[in-house]
Design a protein around this ligand. Structure first.
Ligand SMILES: [Zn+2]
Length: 516
């Protein structure tokens, strides 16, 4: 095994190298060679087995997965870094919004219109709300700047959602989130998002932090109504005050506890050891045909199969974190910075585990220099064609984390490239986004962005290319090691305006020790 991988490295390096990559020290090469296709296959055939029932958040299968990952971190010699051994316990509420029971009343002067209950869906509400004659503020878009100098307390904020065909680019996404959050905290009576389709879609149940589920928040509805749309089209034309009355039912809540799994390899440098390089992946998936809901690509059971095994998404990333941790933990001397290995719950239900970590970090975010988030690194049969010895990063030109992986790729014969159609849109679609929004240069590393069994029943461990995954994982391990041993921390690319919100978030952290 060792001999053949060295031979492969040599021939690919000679072919690829215009400038000669730095040689890999013998002890590092030995550690990298410990990442083997058979270890990855062994781990993944368990994590993606039917026994774990598709690792839905929350579910007994997810619990078993967490125990397995913790046991592997223990075997690797990582130090536990949760609040209970390797587990970061998250108290959550599993919340289902109930359907509307009564209509909504719109009033202007003596004119009254009703919107029937079936054209209304509750998106967010922390309890029952009885709203009577709330004055209307109609806005043309979810631009947080429009909220400045508006008194929202007690008002009904009416605003269009995305219109069909409108692209949800990074800026729209961040603006919409900031807008909704600002209204939720404002003391407004209700936020009403106009829906363009015939009937609003009842939202899937959501997991919320238990503490948050008790706070006061402005309830949020989505509504289809031509009358309301007209109010938005002519926001200034009303001579008589316009009001909205509506009764919002309380949600159905269930308390659950779920876990992130966290281990750390302490750094060896007296100063740099207080800075952290993270490697992450989500260990949850979408469960079975009963739990998957709209996230399933195909909800019909195929023969006897009703389990979404999520081997590539993201069992592949999870077992890679395990095997890379094991390999790097064997290094003597240890890397200079501390390395944090973490697997998240609840990515499939909205990046929940990573958001939870962002709110409750176990290591100072200001001293966290990078996050390498692994997503779909196992399958090579991309819908774009075979992906052999290649890997891509989302937000490719957002930070110089990319440079470390490009160099590791040159050293090991893996082509690290920018996928122009995926780099921007996928940046916010995985857990790296939660870290990036906290200011940490964070990317997802992927082999195939799209593949035939994505969120399908056929995402099975037998279809993974383990030889390729081992080669890509060695490259990622080497890139992480180079970041951990570098005296300078990776930086956001200030020349790219798309990094603005992340640099802003990072600026808020400055002064608390970042930038080593
Ligand atoms: Zn995923």
């Amino acid at each position: 095994m060792k001999r053949s991988s060295i031979a492969l490295c040599l021939c690919l390096c000679i072919a690829a190298a215009a400038e000669k990559p730095a040689p890999i020290p013998a002890n590092v090469q030995r550690a990298l060679d410990d990442i083997t296709p058979s270890d990855l296959r062994g781990d993944l055939s368990f994590l993606a087995s039917d026994t774990l029932q598709g690792r839905y958040t929350p579910s007994p299968g997810l619990e078993v997965a967490a125990e397995f990952i913790a046991s592997q971190f223990r075997a690797a010699g990582l130090q536990p870094a949760g609040d209970q051994d390797y587990f970061q316990m998250a108290n959550m509420v599993d919340r289902r919004m109930l359907v509307m029971k009564s209509s909504m009343t719109l009033q202007q002067g003596s004119e009254t219109t009703t919107v029937p209950a079936q054209f209304i869906a509750v998106l967010d509400s922390n309890g029952t709300a009885k709203i009577e004659h709330a004055p209307v503020i109609a806005l043309k878009s979810k631009d947080p700047a429009l909220l400045k100098e508006l008194e929202l307390k007690g008002k009904a904020v009416v605003v269009p959602g995305l219109v069909p065909g409108q692209r949800r680019d990074l800026n729209t996404y961040l603006q919409t989130r900031a807008f909704d959050e600002a209204v939720a905290q404002s003391g407004a009576a209700v936020e009403i998002t106009l829906n363009q389709t015939r009937a609003p879609v009842q939202p899937a149940p959501r997991l919320i932090e238990a503490a948050e589920a008790q706070q006061h928040r402005t309830p949020s509805l989505t509504v289809v109504s031509d009358d309301l749309s007209k109010w938005v089209e002519h926001p200034g034309a009303a001579s008589e005050p316009r009001t909205i009355s509506v009764d919002i039912p309380a949600p159905e809540d269930k308390n659950v506890v779920v876990k992130n799994v966290i281990g750390v390899l302490p750094g060896s440098d007296p100063t740099l050891k207080d800075t952290y390089v993270m490697m992450t992946a989500h260990y949850d998936h979408i469960g079975t045909t009963e739990t998957a809901g709209r996230s399933a690509n195909n909800r019909k059971p195929a023969g006897n199969d009703h389990i979404f095994n999520g081997a590539n998404d993201d069992g592949s990333g999870t077992v890679s974190v395990i095997e890379i941790a094991r390999a790097l933990a064997s290094l003597q001397p240890r890397p200079k910075r501390s390395m944090v290995f973490m697997t998240f719950f609840g990515e499939e239900r909205g990046l929940l585990g990573s958001r939870f970590y962002g709110h409750h970090p176990r290591f100072p975010i200001a001293q966290t220099v990078a996050d390498l988030n692994l997503e779909q690194v196992g399958r090579t049969d991309s819908t774009e064609g075979p992906q052999i010895n290649t890997a891509s990063l989302t937000g490719y030109d957002y930070s110089d984390v990319t440079k470390y992986l490009e160099e590791a790729g040159r050293q090991l014969g893996v082509r690290v490239y920018m996928d122009k159609s995926a780099s921007d849109p996928y940046f916010t679609r995985s857990d790296n986004a939660s870290l990036a929004e906290s200011g940490v240069p964070a990317h997802s590393i992927t082999v195939a962005f799209d593949y035939p069994d994505y969120h399908g029943l056929g995402d099975e461990w037998q279809k993974v290319d383990y030889d390729n995954m081992a080669r890509v994982d060695r490259m990622i391990a080497l890139g992480m090691l180079d970041i951990a041993n570098s005296a300078t921390a990776p930086q956001w690319n200030a020349a790219n305006p798309k990094t603005g919100p992340f640099r802003e978030a990072q600026k808020k952290l400055l002064g608390s020790g970042r930038g080593q």
